[in-house]
Design a protein around this ligand. Structure first.
Ligand SMILES: [Zn+2]
Length: 72
């Protein structure tokens, strides 16, 4: 799970897509049995790491970017 260092919300993120991204921008995320976040984008499934989150995810509540940390 990921926590926003600004507002402390957990896993309340939205993905940012590059302007030239041409695919369907729909995505979803869920948890595996180890409570890891799993993201699915256009059928592509992966577990995001902190680097990914801080480059591609914005906090849905406070709107900040580059603010994610792991929540144990
Ligand atoms: Zn936040």
């Amino acid at each position: 799970m990921f926590i926003c260092k600004n507002c402390k919300s957990v896993d309340k993120f939205e993905l940012m897509f590059d302007e030239d991204y041409r695919g369907n921008k729909e995505y979803s995320y869920y948890y595996d049995k180890n409570s890891n976040v799993v993201i699915e984008v256009n059928g592509y499934i992966f577990k995001p790491d902190l680097y990914f989150m801080n480059n591609h995810a914005v906090c849905r509540y406070c709107g900040q970017i580059y603010i994610w940390d792991y929540k144990s």
